[in-house]
Design a protein around this ligand. Sequence first.
Ligand SMILES: *Cc1c(COP(=O)(O)O)cnc(C)c1O
Length: 424
Amino acid sequence: MSKLTDAEIARMHPETLALSYGFDPWLSEGAVKPPVFLTSTFAFKHAADGKQFFAWAHGEGTPPPRREMGLIYSRINNPNLEIFEDRVAIWEGMKDACSFSSGMAAIATTLLATHHPGDEMIVCAPVYGGTDSLIHHFLKRLGIAAHFVPAGADAPAAAEPLITPRTRSIFIESPANPNNRLTDIGLMKELALRHGPAAPGQTAGRILVIVDNTMAGPVFAQPARVGADIVLYSATKFIGGHSDVVGGVALANDDALLTAIAQHRALLGGMPNPYTAWLLTRSLETLKIRAEHQQRNAGHVAAFLVSHPRVRKVLYIGLLTADDPEYAIYRKQHTGPGSLISFYIRGGEKEAFAFLDRLKVFRLAVSLGSTESLAQHPATMTHSGLTPEDKQMGGISDDLVRLSIGIENHEDLIWDLQQALENA
Ligand SMILES: *Cc1c(COP(=O)(O)O)cnc(C)c1O
């Protein structure tokens, strides 16, 4: 497969492996880059092979490691999906990944694979608007109830009294979007273990810690290292990174969880197409240099915003000081503050809109994590579907603006913000 031995692979960094891991040029005419395997179905060498692959896919017998199972059909597996999944799993430091056609497909499929009617979730608010609707409306209709607690240093204390024998998961976005509050994943894991089954290895009644790591990872945070059981992504954001592809990922270390997620993906049909997986694989090659440059730019932008008289308050992890209880969480869970900045403008919706309408370099658009800088108004855009209580819990008021900082020259970004603020 690779000229590198397993021991050599183990000492390599993810940004190195992102260029070659999991792809053997000699299976594809020596091509240095993986071709796009635009095929819906794969030929079996012998009928007996087809029978065996299907038996494994249905969970019969002892299947080989997932990657060694023969290719069957592109809703179940495809080389482009597998290459991407292998490389994201390496980056996250997790056993394996399942790629999806969108972040929402990854989240919905994972929650359906791991929850049953009657189960309960504890959710750290705010969560992404689509996730919020999924939980409030769709999962509720299936008899899966959720308790919401505010994200932040106090979230574990708020969550503990809400745990019942029916609690199946604790769902966290850290940092939360758009208020950048940090929740201690390790403490939530301790809670989950304390209230979960006593017998080691017993999975019934286990409380899963599920983390949507779209905002910080995998470059600046790897939640499984501090206790997450499942890590989710909208790969549309930093992983894709160019605002030209929609995708998602679910990762786990536990074989039973991985199998459940993969089987539900095959049932529900939320896999990406091979070209989407190819684009995401391409994007992983530059993920680290993009994320680091975006983070450097964000530091300059945040410093500019805090000193501007039209800005009431800036929410940026890079501005946390040692006296803030979330600073300790930051040090435990993150290797950098990233490039998402929210701020409260002086005034309300009118002033926020005037500012957004005047931007010339920033694009007025939702989404985040891309090469170009983006600005939007969470209360009326990404988070408009939240209940008034959830909006209030998340600090999503009419004067809040969210910025995603791109790879432009930071002086040009600051010039743009300055001219838009002066005139807002
Ligand atoms: C965008 C986003 C999602 C949804 O992902 P899609 O790829 O748009 O389906 C989920 N969680 C977070 C944190 C996001 O930013």
